[in-house]
Design a protein around this ligand. Structure first.
Ligand code: GLV
Ligand code: GLV
Length: 322
């Protein structure tokens, strides 16, 4: 009998075709994620699930699916939407898609640094609203980036790719936090590992690349924002929950920091009544870090490889281990 798979959204077609050749495929057809009750209905009897970061995978889902469920393959590098411990206790393997989205995501982080420091949001608005009146000697002045100090919070692959761009392109000095020294960062970029407090006090740009889990929830809050320079900018391309958004709103509103560039928020999408929308120096993108044709295709290939390996009882090419 063919194995049964639920795919929580449409992903690039080629990868779906590879799956369809081997398994009985149920693909959620809508643009928006399945509701919780739809999700619970569709996973019933499945041997594998291909999930997205917006689909919560927990005991209830595993229970509904049934004891034949072997693998949950996340179409993302982050896996904070999955209760990995619970999955492992039930013998369910969990996969993710690291590596292939590193460069695309680092590009968005670099773009947000430029967009925030040079006030792209306000500038674009000015043109669109026909408020561009003249070349203004004192208008839309931003921050000079050359030689700035870049603080990478969580020096993994994406942090390193961003640090390279900014060090080689803009002569930035790099400091970082990580669980251990990163010899590559030290030899290639003369980057120094420091503790979070030192990083926040020294950096002109603070960019978040840490895993999101209970220990990093609201890592950036009113206390840690208070350590940052009033001329500093904060960039987040990791997960919205790393930042206490209400504290960020107050810090921006009262000039405690200069600006922020966010590709992720909590929740997503950003609610219509979020006051962050009104902050001119807060540039917000709709979570597009990995959104290039090539990267989304590569992620789909890995997600399908993980899924098929799990179904056949083989080790996943990219398995999440705690
Ligand atoms: C996207 O945010 C991912 O984790 O892949
Ligand atoms: C993601 O791939 C990271 O390790 O930064």
């Amino acid at each position: 009998m063919k194995k049964k798979i639920f795919v929580c959204r449409r992903i690039p077609e080629l990868a779906l075709k590879r799956l369809a050749a081997e398994v009985e495929l149920d693909v959620w057809p809508d643009e928006l994620p399945p509701s919780r009750s739809e999700l619970l209905k569709h996973v019933k009897g499945c041997d594998g699930i291909l999930s997205l970061l917006s689909d919560r995978m927990d005991a209830e889902v595993f229970e509904q699916a049934g004891s034949q469920l072997r693998v949950v393959s996340n179409y993302a590098v982050g896996f904070n939407n999955i209760d990995v411990r619970e999955a492992h206790q039930r013998g369910i393997k969990v996969g993710n898609t690291p590596g292939v989205l590193t460069e695309a995501t680092a590009d968005i982080a670099a773009g947000l640094i430029l967009a925030t420091a040079r006030r792209f949001s306000e500038s674009l608005e000015q043109v669109k609203r026909l408020e561009w009146k003249t070349w203004d000697p004192l208008g839309l002045l931003g921050l000079e980036l050359r030689g700035a100090t870049l603080g990478i919070v969580g020096m993994g692959r994406i942090g390193m790719a961003l640090a390279k761009r900014m060090h080689y392109g803009w002569d930035m000095n790099v400091i970082y936090t990580a669980r251990s020294d990163k010899p590559d960062a030290e030899t290639l970029l003369s980057a120094k590992r420091v503790n979070l407090e030192t990083l926040l006090r020294r950096a002109d740009i603070v960019s978040l690349h840490a895993d999101y889990n209970p220990s990093t929830h609201h890592l950036i809050n009113s206390t840690t924002l208070g350590l940052m320079k009033s001329s500093a900018i904060l960039i987040n391309t990791a997960r919205g929950g790393l930042i206490d958004q209400s504290a960020l709103y107050h810090a921006l509103k009262h000039g405690k920091i200069w600006g922020a560039g966010l590709d992720v928020t909590d929740p997503e999408p950003l609610p219509s009544d979020s006051p962050l929308r009104e902050i001119a120096r807060c540039v917000i993108l709709p979570h597009i870090g990995s959104a290039t044709v090539e990267t989304r295709q590569a992620m789909a290939d890995i997600a399908v490889n993980n899924l098929l390996a799990g179904l056949h009882g083989r080790p996943l090419p990219h398995e999440v281990r705690l």
